[in-house]
Structure formats: structure tokens, C-alpha cells
Write a protein that binds this ligand. Structure first.
Ligand code: TXA
Ligand code: MG
Length: 349
């Protein structure tokens, strides 16, 4: 299959091209598109065949449910069983934006889209191209991140091309995404609202709107044997090809420990890399040193993380160490992705 790539300008959306992309989705095809979080791989959410195609293109297990993307709140009631008042408060505060909400699904939503579950994940992205595409495609786009299953989510169109070229009909290239980590997922079907995946919208922000919200603590567990509640969170994910280990503790000890290990790995003929910050980047003796930004600039760190993980693959790095990230609003989101990329390998110093 030939994949058509169209450049999209957020400030001047080409409606003709959007219509073309929308009709591909309506006819059961797949179009990758930018959102504010990561690139999505879109198909018609109400067409079971489209969902099957998405799983195939990603090489994703079909028990891993997809998120349905909508472009306005009026589209919500048709795909869920009910919309309680607090949902409107959440939507008012965070939609369009990087929050995915889990509901009980209506009969309109095929089980193929929800990985066999009776619940459905819904989000309204804050991105003009995405919103225009959803409209043009009939209102409901099922879209996982547009990466091959197991690889880091795409934050540039180039990443989508790497993973999806020849597998899907079209890629809309909207440049670099804004946030760089997938949306926060909140389950509103449990007694107390529960965060299943941390993201840009934090527990504190949700608490202010809802008054009570828990977080599925297994998602930050160092133990890879405990299974999180969101089906997709249990898979090895976001992982570079090289073996990644996080080193956590007081910074001077972290630097010493990483350098010691780098020396051993180099002696063994490995190509080494580190994921570090601007403040420390000159202190490591690795073959490839990648800074994700200044320690205080958490938005930059989130935006850079997946790009950096992919770059190690491009440079064939076989052994990677990363500093840990704490004390930021988004620490939970960043550490959750990093822990998964590292297969939960952490050295405490
Ligand atoms: O930011 C995002 O959310 C991006 C962009 C493209 O919108 N999408 C994304 O989709 O990250 P995906 O498929 O890569 O991740 C969806 C996650 C998976 O962990 C999946 O298991 C979980 O959402 N999920 C989907 N439906 C669910 C449901 N009904 N119950 C529990 N978890 C669900
Ligand atoms: Mg994903």
C-alpha cells in the first residue's frame, strides 16, 4: 500500500485535504494525524473492520482497547450509557485537551473497538487538524498512538513514517506535537474516579474539579509483575531496542554510578547512551549523551522523552542509563513511561 503524506498547517487548515482524509476513514481506511499529545492512528470507531485494521497495522494485541476521539460534546451521549453531571464539569475544565474518560459503552460502539470490554474510552483532542478530521470522518475516530506496538509513541510525523509507511492510507504531518506524552486516562465507572494512566492533566487538577480521585498505584510500581487496570498499561511499551536502566538517588551518586557502569559496558564492547538533563550532560562518559532539557522545564522533558528514546535506536545504542525524574507536576507521567521503557529496571544509589 502506498501511504500518502500531506503537510498540514494548524493555522491555515486545508479543508479539501481534510475532506479527502475524512472520506478515507469513512470508507474504512486508516489515517494517522497529529494531536496535542502524540500522533494517533485513526479509523472509523463505529466500524469493526476499521478497528481490526488498526490492530493489524500496529501489530497490537486485540484485547487492548482503543480511544474514541470526538470533536464536540454533543457526540458523546450516543456512544455511552449515560453522561452524569460531573462529566460535564470535567469536559468544561479539560476538553478539548489531554484527558481520556472511561464510560460504560452504548450498543453503537462495537466490541472490536473496545477490545471486548463493556466500557469505552473517549477524548476530545485540543488540536485543530485532529478536530477537523474527526468532523470530516463522521464524528468518531478510534485512534491509538500511531507507533508499532511496543515502540515509543510518535511525537513527530517522521516517527509515524518510520513505523507506518506502507501500512496505512495517509499520514497528516502537523509537525512536532505540543505535549509529547499520551493523555491522562480517568475511569469514571468506578465508585471513586480512578486515574489509570498519568499524563499532563494531573491528579491535583482532577481533584479540584471532582473532589475525589484515586490513582492506580500499580502504574508506578517498580515491580513488573503487578498488572495495572488499563489493559494497555501491562504491555512492554515505549521501549528502545537497547537495554535501558534508570538510576535513582542523590545526583552526585547517580552520576558516579552511571559512569562506573558505562566504563564496564564500553570495555565489553557495548555502544552506550545516557538520558540526562542540561545541568549534568557534560558529566557523563557515554558514546551518546541525550539531554531532555533543563530539570525545571518539565514540559520540555515530557516533549523530548520519546524522541530521545527513538534516537538511541537510530544510533544502534545497546546499553542506556537514565537519570530519574521527581518533584515535577508531571513526574508520575514521565516516570511511568520511563519505567515501562526500562522494563522496570531501576538501580537505587
Ligand atoms: O493521548 C492519547 O491518548 C493518544 C492520542 C492519539 O489520542 N492515544 C493513545 O492511545 O495513547 P493508545 O491506544 O496508545 O492508549 C490507550 C490506552 C491503552 O492503555 C488502553 O488499554 C487504555 O487506553 N484504554 C482504552 N480503552 C479503555 C477502557 N475501556 N478501559 C480501560 N482502559 C482503556
Ligand atoms: Mg500507545
Amino acid at each position: 500500500m502506498k501511504t500518502e503524506i500531506l503537510i498540514m498547517d494548524e493555522n491555515n487548515i486545508n479543508q479539501k485535504e481534510i475532506e479527502k482524509a475524512g472520506s478515507i476513514i469513512k470508507q474504512g481506511g486508516l489515517v494517522a494525524f497529529p494531536t496535542e499529545t502524540v500522533y494517533g492512528l485513526g479509523g472509523d470507531a463505529l466500524n469493526p473492520k476499521s478497528s481490526a485494521k488498526i490492530y493489524e497495522a500496529k501489530g497490537r494485541p486485540s484485547d487492548n482497547p482503543l480511544i474514541i476521539h470526538i470533536s464536540n460534546i454533543e457526540a458523546l451521549p450516543a456512544i455511552v450509557q449515560s453522561v452524569p453531571e460531573e462529566i460535564y464539569r470535567l469536559a468544561e475544565a479539560f476538553w478539548p485537551g489531554p484527558l481520556t474518560i472511561i464510560f460504560k459503552k452504548s450498543d453503537l460502539v462495537p466490541k472490536e473497538t473496545t477490545g471486548g470490554l463493556d466500557t469505552v474510552a473517549v477524548r476530545m483532542p485540543a488540536h485543530e487538524t485532529a478536530l477537523a478530521l474527526i468532523e470530516a470522518a463522521g464524528g468518531y475516530i478510534a485512534a491509538p498512538s500511531a507507533n508499532v506496538s511496543g515502540r515509543p509513541s510518535p511525537t513527530l510525523a517522521k516517527h509515524v513514517v518510520e513505523d507506518m509507511n506502507g501500512r496505512i492510507d495517509m499520514i497528516l504531518d502537523g509537525g512536532a506535537v505540543g505535549i509529547g506524552l499520551e493523555s491522562t486516562i480517568i475511569d469514571m465507572t468506578s465508585c471513586t474516579p480512578m486515574i489509570l494512566r498519568p499524563g499532563y492533566i494531573t491528579q491535583d487538577m482532577l481533584f479540584k474539579v471532582l473532589g475525589s480521585v484515586e490513582i492506580d498505584e500499580t502504574i508506578l510500581s517498580m515491580n513488573s509483575k503487578v498488572f495495572p487496570k488499563a489493559p494497555g498499561m501491562k504491555y512492554k511499551h515505549y521501549a528502545p531496542k537497547g537495554e535501558l536502566t534508570i538510576v535513582s538517588g542523590e545526583m552526585k551518586h547517580v552520576i558516579a554510578e552511571i559512569n562506573e557502569r558505562l566504563m564496564q559496558k564500553k570495555a565489553a564492547g557495548e555502544k552506550t547512551g545516557v538520558i540526562v538533563t542540561e545541568e549534568t550532560k557534560d558529566l557523563y562518559d557515554a558514546d551518546v549523551v541525550k539531554s531532555v532539557g533543563k530539570r525545571r522545564d518539565e514540559e520540555m522533558i515530557a516533549r523530548q522523552l520519546y524522541k530521545v528514546l527513538r534516537e538511541f535506536d537510530d544510533e544502534n545504542v545497546t546499553w542506556i542509563y537514565s537519570e530519574a525524574f521527581y518533584d515535577m507536576q508531571m513526574s508520575k507521567a514521565v516516570m511511568n513511561r520511563l519505567l515501562k521503557a526500562a522494563g522496570h529496571r531501576v538501580i537505587e544509589v
